[in-house]
Structure formats: C-alpha cells, structure tokens
Design a protein. Structure first.
Length: 289
C-alpha cells in the first residue's frame, strides 16, 4: 500500500476541447512551493508516463490513449515549467523532480504504478522508485542512458551527442541548426524530425539538466529493486545499449523497438504502447500472486 505523504492541495479543472475530446481530465496538485499539473485518462491499474529532457506530457498523447483503451489508468504529470506545473527552478536535485511525480501519485492513486520514463524521464523515475518504493510496482526505462559507462570507456556518462541533444530544443539557435541536431540525436534514418521541432521548454530543460548535475547517479541507479523493462530503440545514437541487465541482474528484462531512434515515442507509438502494456500486465499479475 502507498505510504501517504502530507496531503496536496488539489485544484481540478478541464482544459480545451481537443483535450476533452480525448477524455483526459487535468488537475493541479500543490505541496509547499510546488504545483504539478497532471492529466488522467482511463480506468484500471495505473501507469505513469514521464517525458524526455525539456519536453512535456503531449509526447505521450497517443500512447496514453492506447494504454487507456487497453484497460489502464494513465497519469501524465507535466514537468516544472510546462503547463501549470511550477516550482523552484534553481538548486534543484533529482530527488526534487521525483517528489514532483510523487505529489500527483499521492493525490490520485491508492496503489503502486508502473512508471515509464523516456530518456531523461528515466532518471526521476529511478529516483522515485528509490525514494518512494511504495509508489512504484515496476519501471519502463525507454531509450534510457544508464548513467554508468562500460569498462574501459573514455567518454563521460550522459555525454554522447550532448551538444545535439541540448541544441534540439534551444530557442536561441536557428531552426536549421535545431533540425540538424534533431536528425543527429533523436530520429532514426528516414524519419521526420520536424514533428519534434515544437514542444520544448528551455527553462524545463535547464532545471532538469541542473538536477542531473546535482545528483550522483549512484543515488538512484538501483531503482529501489523493482522490476525493470529496458526498452531500447534500434537506431538510438545516444544510448549505449545493454548496460542495465549486467549491473542490476535478472529483474531487468530487455525489449527492442525496431525502426526507432532516441525520440522513440513519435516514431513507433503503437509498438512502445504494446511493450509497456505487456510489461505492466506481467508486473501487476505477479504482484497479485
């Protein structure tokens, strides 16, 4: 059962007609100086979706709809700086970002969830599982860098294509430069990077990068001992594959999404959804035994 934290102050409101048409209910939840906006869709066992660096819940719109149709309740928290989510934007740690997710889970759920973290989102997801194991039944780490390097590696963790990742969402750069960055870092050959030209928040990017720099990866690498799906993309130019299982053992299963790069979600939403649903079914079935 979830170990309840101090109650959030909840304010619930509907958003625009497009969102309402998809059946998403949006609410805000406040604890102290932090307010987090969260979408909720469907009914059933819960799945929480955390987006990539500097990006928001809209990245998961198609996946959330599919998972809700498969009988899950899907939560999509907005990171600080996106939508109505707000909080301190300096001196932030990964623990703070994990707590942002815990705020909405404490408010909206009465059982542990499968938490999906895409790319950067895998880091607050792992910290959440470490700090609040009562909230997390399992983790899907989608296109996730481990934060550790193989023996003999000379590059630093999280450094591969760093300039291109950061440049993709930097509004100060020319559009042509950003498109080249998107092609290099995020998309598989033959896929259109323009679908990710929008949807970035530079203040969110900066606070999340700060949290990564302020937090040792060993503080969250073990991810609370929960089951993990390491969901890899066939043409991921950023992630060094197959690092989690050797380090964390048999609780890690590995999945591969064909014809996808680091962006993954807009490239193969149905395949990603099916992998998440299958893993969640297994996690919840095992938990019931």
């Amino acid at each position: 059962m979830i170990q309840r934290q101090p109650a959030a102050q909840n304010e619930t409101s509907e958003r625009g007609s497009e969102t309402s048409a998809r059946g998403v209910r949006w609410s805000t939840h406040t604890r102290g100086a932090v307010t987090i906006e969260c979408g909720s869709l469907g009914q059933g066992r819960p799945i929480v979706l955390l987006p990539s660096l500097g990006r928001g819940a809209a990245d998961f719109a198609e996946i959330a709809t599919y998972l809700a149709a498969e009988g899950f309740r899907v939560l999509t928290p907005q990171p600080r700086g996106i939508g109505r989510s707000a909080g301190p934007m300096t001196e932030v740690s990964m623990k703070d970002l994990a707590n942002d997710v815990a705020i909405v889970m404490d408010a909206l759920l009465d059982q542990p969830a499968v938490v999906v973290g895409h790319a950067f989102g895998s880091q607050p997801a792992r910290m959440l599982a470490t700090e609040r194991p009562d909230l997390v039944a399992g983790l899907v780490l989608a296109a996730a860098s481990a934060g550790k390097m193989p023996p003999g590696a000379v590059e630093a963790p999280f450094s591969r294509l760093r300039a291109e990742i950061d440049g993709s969402g930097n509004p100060a750069l020319p559009v042509e430069t950003r498109i080249r960055c998107l092609e290099a870092a995020f998309f598989a050959p033959g896929h259109d990077p323009m679908v990710w030209l929008d949807g970035w928040s530079w203040p969110t990017h900066e606070v999340q990068a700060q949290a990564r720099e302020n937090t040792a990866v060993d503080d969250y690498f073990d991810a609370g001992g929960v089951p993990i799906l390491d969901l890899q993309a066939e043409f991921d130019a950023v992630v060094i594959p197959n690092l989690f299982k050797p380090l964390l053992g048999e609780r890690v299963s590995v999945g591969l999404i064909r014809d996808a790069g680091h962006a993954l979600l807009p490239e193969q939403p149905r395949a990603v959804s099916e992998a998440i649903a299958s893993f969640a079914d297994t996690v919840f079935t095992n938990a019931d035994r």
